[in-house]
Design a protein around this ligand. Structure first.
Ligand SMILES: [Zn+2]
Ligand SMILES: [Zn+2]
Length: 160
């Protein structure tokens, strides 16, 4: 009973996963703030998602205060890859989809390896510097320049 009293948004599948409430999803790595699991539609031999337990909508909801969070997400993603025996950390791709190109409105970092084996048909979805995908590195740089207050209202287009 006690677990059920947690304040979880039942309509958000990633919130359910983050609170271990989705039986279909096997969590492969987690800590107090983050959860890592396999993408249901993998486009590379290893394709994980790292999400915060806290419901944050997307990379557009982030500001400078979240740089640490992004770094921790990256760290957990890399650790999950190492667990799978991935040693070449050059041939990986880590990044976020930008709204409106997000499948679930709960922040998630895509972790793909080897990057050179991303399915040809799907590369367009994971190409850095496009309208739909931003690498963690690039996102961090943008956040550095972003004011403390997140500017969710108004257009986000100026930001990305
Ligand atoms: Zn959520
Ligand atoms: Zn995505």
């Amino acid at each position: 009973m006690s677990k059920k009293e947690e304040d979880v948004d039942e309509s958000c599948i990633f919130c359910l996963i983050a609170h271990n409430r989705d039986e279909e999803t096997k969590i492969i790595k987690q800590n107090k703030e983050l959860v890592c699991f396999r993408d249901v539609f993998p486009v590379a031999p290893h394709h994980f998602l790292v999400i915060p337990r806290e419901h944050i909508h997307s990379c557009h909801s982030l500001n400078r205060k979240h740089i640490k969070l992004v770094e921790q997400m990256v760290e957990l993603g890399r650790a999950a890859l190492r667990d799978q025996g991935i040693t070449n950390m050059e041939d990986v791709r880590l990044g976020f989809h930008k709204p409106p190109f997000i499948s679930v409105g709960h922040l998630h970092l895509h972790v793909l390896a080897p990057a050179s084996h991303i399915s040809q048909l799907m590369t367009y979805k994971f190409t850095p510097g496009t309208d739909c995908f931003i690498t963690e590195e690039c996102l961090k740089n943008r956040l550095q320049k972003k004011p403390q207050q997140s500017q969710q209202l108004g257009n986000c287009l100026g930001f990305f």
